[in-house]
Design a protein around this ligand. Structure first.
Ligand code: NAD
Ligand code: UDP
Length: 338
C-alpha cells in the first residue's frame, strides 16, 4: 500500500509518516514547507529503515499535484495540509478558506481524475462547537464553530460527506483530533511553532527552556475541578497510530466514517502544568489572566467508537506526553534546524 501524505513534514504528519513506515506502508510526502522546516524530512528518514520520496508542492497547484499522482502509484491519501492557527484565521479568513477549503477541493478533484478515492482527513474536536456536553460522541450535532479555522474543518467535513453521498465508491475517514501534544521518543521530532505559541504545551516548554518568562493561564473561573479549562490531551504518537488504523480502514471498506481520536480523559491547565513540572523537574511560573475568547470550559472525547471499529485506543498517559515534549524541547531549544 502506498499513501500520499499531504502536510507530511508538519507536526502530526511527520509522526504519522514514521508510524506508517513502521507498519510496512509506503509513503510519498507533499508539503509546501509553509509551516515547517525541510530538516523535518531528514529527521523522519533517520528514524525509519526505508527511503521515501517527498515533493515540495502546494496542494492548490493542480498541475503539480496531477504530476505527482501520475508519477507515483498512490492508493490512498492522508490529508494533513492546512493552516491551523485559530487567531490568525480571524485576521486572515480568505487565506484560511483558500488554503484549507480550496486546497482540499483541488486535491479531491485531482484524486478523482486519477482514480484514487480513499482519503483520511484531519478534522478537529472544534467542529463540536460550544454547546455539546463532554464526553463528545461522533453522533452529536456539529457546526456551531466560532472562528474561520473551525469553519474550514466543518466545511471540509460537509464536502467529504456530500462527495460520498454522490459516489459511494469513495472511502472517507474524518478524524476528529482532540489536543495533540508530546513528541517522538527519540527527542528528534516534535512540535515547532513559529513565533509565540498559541497552544498550551509548546508555551509551557518554551517557558521551561527560558524563552518565555511565564505562562498565562486563560481563566480560573470555569466550572471545572480547579477553575481552569479542561481538555483531552493525546500523545502525538497515539494519534499517528490512529491514522495507520484509519488508512487501513479506508483501504478495506467503502463508506464515510467519523472517529474521535482522544483519550477520553480531561485534564485542566493546572493539571498539565503540575504534570510537566514533575516530568521535567522545572518550575513553570504562571499568571492567571482573563478567559480567552472562544474557549469553552471542558472538552473531552468519548473514544469508544474508534476502539470498537478501528481497534485503536490511546496508550500513552499525561506523564509520558510531558516527558516526551520536554525531551524534544530540551534537545532542540530552537526547534528544527534551517
Ligand atoms: P502543521 O502546521 O505542523 O502541519 C501542516 C503541514 O501542512 C505543514 O507542514 C505545512 O507546511 C503544510 N501545508 C499547509 N498548507 C499547505 C498547502 N497548501 N500545500 C501543501 N502543504 C501545506 O500542523 P499539524 O499540527 O501537524 O496539523 C496537521 C493537521 O491537523 C492540520 O490540518 C490541522 O488543522 C489538523 N489539526 C491539528 C490539531 C493540533 O492541535 N495540532 C488539532 C486538530 C486538527
Ligand atoms: N491555555 C492557557 N494558556 C496558553 C494556551 C492555552 O491557559 O498560553 C489554555 C486554553 O485556555 C485551554 C487549554 O489551555 O483551556 C488548551 O488550549 P490550546 O490552545 O492548547 O488548545 P484548544 O483546546 O484551545 O484547541
Amino acid at each position: 500500500m502506498s499513501v500520499l501524505v499531504t502536510g507530511g513534514a508538519g507536526y502530526i504528519g511527520s509522526h504519522t509518516c514514521v508510524e506508517l513506515i513502521n507498519a510496512g506502508i509506503d509513503i510519498v510526502i507533499v508539503d509546501n514547507f509553509y509551516n515547517c522546516k525541510k530538516s523535518s524530512i531528514d529527521r523522519i528518514r533517520a528514524l525509519v529503515d526505508r527511503d521515501f520520496k517527498y515533493y515540495e508542492c502546494d496542494i492548490r497547484d493542480r498541475e503539480g499535484m496531477d504530476r505527482i499522482f501520475k508519477a507515483e502509484k498512490i492508493d490512498s491519501v492522508i490529508h494533513f495540509a492546512g493552516l491551523k492557527a485559530v487567531g490568525e484565521s480571524v485576521e486572515k479568513p480568505l487565506e484560511y478558506f483558500d488554503n484549507n477549503v480550496n486546497g482540499t477541493l483541488v486535491l479531491l478533484d485531482v484524486m478523482r481524475n486519477n482514480g484514487c478515492k480513499k482519503i483520511v482527513f484531519s478534522s478537529s474536536a472544534t467542529v463540536y462547537g460550544m454547546n455539546n456536553i463532554s464526553p463528545l460522541t461522533e453522533d452529536m450535532a456539529v457546526g456551531g464553530v466560532t472562528n474561520p479555522y473551525g469553519r474550514t474543518k466543518y466545511m471540509i467535513e460537509c464536502i467529504l460527506q456530500d462527495l460520498y453521498a454522490s459516489d459511494n465508491s469513495w472511502s472517507i475517514c474524518l478524524l476528529r483530533y482532540f489536543n495533540p501534544i508530546g513528541a517522538h521518543k527519540s527527542g528528534t521530532m516534535g512540535e515547532d511553532p513559529n513565533g509565540i505559541p498559541n497552544n498550551l504545551m509548546p508555551f509551557i516548554t518554551q517557558v521551561a527552556i527560558g524563552k518565555r518568562d511565564h505562562l498565562n493561564v486563560f481563566g480560573d473561573d470555569y466550572d471545572t475541578h480547579d477553575g481552569t479549562g479542561v481538555r483531552d490531551y493525546i500523545h502525538v504518537v497515539d494519534l499517528a497510530l490512529g491514522h495507520v488504523k484509519a488508512v487501513q480502514k479506508v483501504e478495506k471498506d467503502n463508506g464515510c466514517f467519523i472517529y474521535n481520536l482522544g483519550t477520553g480523559i480531561g485534564y485542566s491547565v493546572l493539571d498539565v502544568v503540575k504534570a510537566f513540572e514533575k516530568a521535567s523537574g522545572v518550575t513553570i511560573p504562571y499568571e492567571i489572566q482573563a478567559r480567552r475568547a472562544g474557549d469553552i470550559a471542558t472538552c473531552y472525547s468519548d473514544p469508544s467508537k474508534a476502539l470498537a471499529e478501528l481497534n485503536w485506543k490511546a496508550e500513552r498517559g499525561l506523564e509520558e506526553m510531558c516527558e516526551d515534549s520536554w525531551r524534544w524541547q530540551s534537545q532542540n531549544p530552537n526547534g528544527y534546524p534551517d
